[in-house]
Design a protein around this ligand. Structure first.
Ligand code: PLP
Length: 435
C-alpha cells in the first residue's frame, strides 16, 4: 500500500526519465538497505559506486552533523579550510603536483575537463610533433576536438552526451555539441589514425563502466600517453566510477599503469562523498607554452573568471569528502578493495554456470557477463526481455541489489568495506538466481 502510494507520487509528479525497479528504499546501514515493507537487501550497487563506505557510516554522519551546525555554505568568493584540505588530499591521490576544482557531480566535473581542453587548444602554442615527418602541419586557429571512445559514458549534460560513445544516450538531442568524436576503445592504431590537426585532447574512462566493465589495457594506456606526448594532446581520464579506491589504489590509472607515467587531468565524483553529492577534477602542474608567449602551468590555465560553481566545495561537502577519504585510509580500504575484489571474482567464477560467459573487472568494480543465449538457456527470461534486467529482478526477489551494465552484464560495485561474509552471501544469492 505504502509502496503504491510512493509510485503514484512519482507517476504524477516526477519526470519519467528513469526506468525504476519497483522497490522503495527507506533505510540503510553499511552494506544493507531496507525497503518500506521492511525487506532487507544486500546493496552491491552502493548507489552505482557511490556509497564507498556503505550507508550511513557513523563518521560520515558525524561529519555532516558537526559541519551542518558550524558552517554549511560560503560562496567561492571566500576561502574555506575544508575545501583546501580536500584539495590537498585529492592532489596526493592523483599522485603528482597539481590543482583541483570542485563541482557537484560527475557530469559537471567532466564539463571542467572539456573547458580545460578547449582553453588549452585555443591558447597553447601549436605543438611540435615529437616524431616530425618533415611535413608542415596546418593547425587551425582553434584546436578544440576531444577524442573519446566507443562504449564510454561521461554524463548527461549536452557536452557529456556528445562525449559519450553510446548512441542511446544521444538519441533525440541533435544537434550535438560539436568538438567530440569517438574511436574504438583499446585500439591504439585506430586512435592514432583519428588524430587531426584540430584535435586537442583524449578523454577516456580507465575502466568503462556502462557496457559490462571493460578496463583499458595497460599497454593501451601507455600508448595513449605516448601518442598524447607526440602530438601535444592532453590526456584526461574520467575516474568518476572507477576512481578513489575502487580498484585498490587511489586511481584506477595507477592500478593499471603504475605511477611512472600520468594523465594530465582526472575527474572524480561518486565515491568521494560516500553519498553526499560532490565532484572534482585534478589538473597536473605541467608547464605549457602559450601562443601569446610565455609559459603557464596547466593547473593554472583555468584562471580567475574562467570557471565556477555556486555549490562546488562548500564547507559541508568538503568536510564529508575529507572524512570519507580519511576513513578509506585509516581503515585500510584500498587493500580491502583489492583483496575482497579478488575474493569475489574467484567466488563468482567458481559458480561455473553456463549462463555466465565471463567474470571481469578490477578490485570492487566487477562485471558478470551473461551468456549470449541467456534468454533461451535460462528459462526465466521472457522473449524480448533484457537478460541483465531479468536476472536483476530475480536477485531483488532474493534480497540482492546489483546494477545492470548493458543488456548482458550485471555489475557489482559494493562499498569498499564490504566483508567476505557479505560477498559469500551475495554469491550464494546469484548462484541460486541462476539455477
Ligand atoms: N562518468 C562516468 C564514468 C560515470 O559512470 C558517470 C555516472 O554514472 C558520469 C560520468 C556522470 O556522473 P553524474 O551522474 O554524477 O553526473
Amino acid at each position: 500500500m505504502k509502496e503504491n502510494c510512493t509510485h503514484e507520487l512519482f507517476d504524477r509528479y516526477v519526470m519519467p526519465t528513469y526506468g525504476r525497479f519497483p522497490i522503495t528504499l527507506e533505510r540503510g546501514e553499511g552494506c544493507r538497505v531496507w525497503d518500506d515493507e521492511g525487506k532487507e537487501y544486500l546493496d552491491f550497487g552502493a548507489g552505482i559506486a557511490v556509497c564507498s563506505l556503505g550507508h550511513c557510516h557513523p563518521r560520515v554522519a558525524d561529519a555532516l552533523a558537526t559541519q551542518a551546525r558550524t558552517l554549511v555554505h560560503t560562496s567561492n568568493l571566500y576561502y574555506n579550510r575544508a575545501q583546501g584540505l580536500l584539495a590537498e588530499r585529492l592532489v596526493k591521490a592523483a599522485g603528482a603536483p597539481g590543482k583541483v576544482f570542485f563541482a557537484n557531480s560527475g557530469a559537471e566535473a567532466n564539463e571542467g575537463l572539456y573547458k580545460l581542453a578547449r582553453k588549452y587548444g585555443n591558447e597553447a602554442a601549436a605543438p611540435t610533433p615529437r616524431h616530425n615527418t618533415g611535413e608542415a602541419i596546418d593547425y587551425p586557429p582553434s584546436r578544440h576536438e576531444i577524442l573519446t571512445f566507443d562504449g564510454s559514458f561521461h554524463g548527461r549534460t549536452l557536452a557529456g552526451i556528445a562525449a559519450t560513445g553510446q548512441e542511446k544516450v544521444r538519441k533525440g538531442f541533435d544537434p550535438l555539441t560539436p568538438g567530440f568524436r569517438q574511436v574504438p576503445f583499446n585500439d591504439a592504431p585506430a586512435l592514432l589514425a583519428a588524430i587531426r590537426p584540430g584535435t586537442t585532447a583524449i578523454l577516456l574512462e580507465t575502466i568503462q563502466g556502462e557496457i559490462g566493465v571493460r578496463p583499458a589495457t595497460s599497454s593501451f594506456l601507455k600508448t595513449v600517453r605516448s601518442i598524447c606526448d607526440d602530438h601535444g594532446l592532453l590526456l584526461m581520464v574520467d575516474e568518476i566510477q572507477c576512481g578513489l579506491g575502487r580498484t585498490g589504489d587511489w586511481t584506477a590509472w595507477k592500478t593499471l599503469v603504475g605511477d611512472e607515467i600520468l594523465p594530465d587531468a582526472i575527474s572524480w565524483a561518486k565515491g568521494i562523498g560516500s553519498g553526499f553529492p560532490l565532484g572534482a577534477f585534478w589538473v597536473r602542474d605541467r608547464a605549457i607554452t602559450l601562443k601569446a608567449g610565455g609559459e603557464i602551468s596547466l593547473a593554472n590555465l583555468l584562471g580567475p573568471g574562467s570557471h565556477g560553481s555556486t555549490f562546488g566545495g562548500t564547507p559541508l561537502a568538503s568536510a564529508v569528502g575529507n572524512t570519507v577519504l580519511a576513513v578509506v585510509e585509516e581503515e585500510n580500504l584500498l587493500a580491502n578493495a583489492r583483496e575482497a575484489g579478488d575474493y569475489a571474482k574467484e567466488a563468482l567464477k567458481a559458480i561455473g554456470s553456463p549462463l555466465i560467459k565471463d567474470v571481469r573487472g578490477i578490485g570492487l568494480m566487477i562485471g558478470v557477463e551473461l551468456a549470449e543465449d541467456y534468454a533461451q538457456k535460462s528459462g526465466h527470461c521472457a522473449a524480448g526481455a533484457v537478460p541483465s534486467l531479468a536476472l536483476i529482478g530475480r536477485l531483488h526477489e532474493r534480497g540482492l541489489l546489483s546494477v545492470p551494465s548493458g543488456t548482458h552484464a550485471v555489475r557489482w560495485l559494493p562499498p569498499l568495506n564490504v566483508s567476505r561474509e557479505e560477498i559469500d552471501k551475495a554469491v550464494g544469492i546469484l548462484r541460486d538466481a541462476l539455477s
